[in-house]
Design a protein around this ligand. Sequence first.
Ligand SMILES: [Zn+2]
Ligand SMILES: [Zn+2]
Length: 282
Amino acid sequence: MTWLCNRGHIASARDLAAMGVSRRAVGGAVAEGRLIRCRRGTYACAHIDTHEGIAAAVGGRIDCVSALARHENVWTGPLARELHLRVDPRFHADATAGAVLHWRVAHGESGQPLEVAPIDALLQAMTCLSRYDALAAVESAVHLGYLGETDLGRLTKLAPQRMRVILKRLDVRSQSGLETFTRLQLQDAGHRVECQVPIPGAGVLDLLVDDCVGIETDGEKWHANRFHADRTKDVLIEAWGIRVLRIGRPHIFDEWPTTLAAIERMVAESAPRLRAQLRGFS
Ligand SMILES: [Zn+2]
Ligand SMILES: [Zn+2]
């Protein structure tokens, strides 16, 4: 059934007939477990995953945070336990327990029969997620190439009203959801934050706060094997006289007041020293 895999693991009875597969052959494949009858007139390969199987049974597509979660490192906010599915409002869909159904018309062309296009997943996530989570999702999607530049323009135009203010703070240089949250929370505390600042000889600093303190954000997945490389980067940044703090998920979400206090103390100590250094250059 390779041709079925190539077309996204799913076919209608009509498609199967057009390919010359007789009803009898379909029945035989179903009986042998090589083909799954998802719903009336819809068949799939036996290896579709659980979410795809539910989407096919409902007559919908994987949507919203569930679609984002299928693309590694795209921000999904607090991991939704339920499956979010898109169903076309023009057609009948079978309700299913445990899935959240979004009845919306699509704006994008999805290459996947069982998953909505990136622009649609992100548009819906803008309704289901908090505004900060939604912005982090958009920024990580652009960084990872899940959402293209052209679609980003369309997305911001189509965005729901509640996202308008936060989208003014969009920074596509952000490289991860953790970085986005740290930037937003620092800006909310009144700090000036620059993203992805090149430091000669050291690499690119994730965030520079008030022109004087560096922040590096570590995702669990990325940094397990990077212990020494990360420390070397910190040493090289510090060698430029820029204090640098390396933080991870708990420091950003669970212990933010303490993290902010530490950063603000570093800023208070670094700013006068850097100003004095700059006076020395002039
Ligand atoms: Zn397949
Ligand atoms: Zn949703």
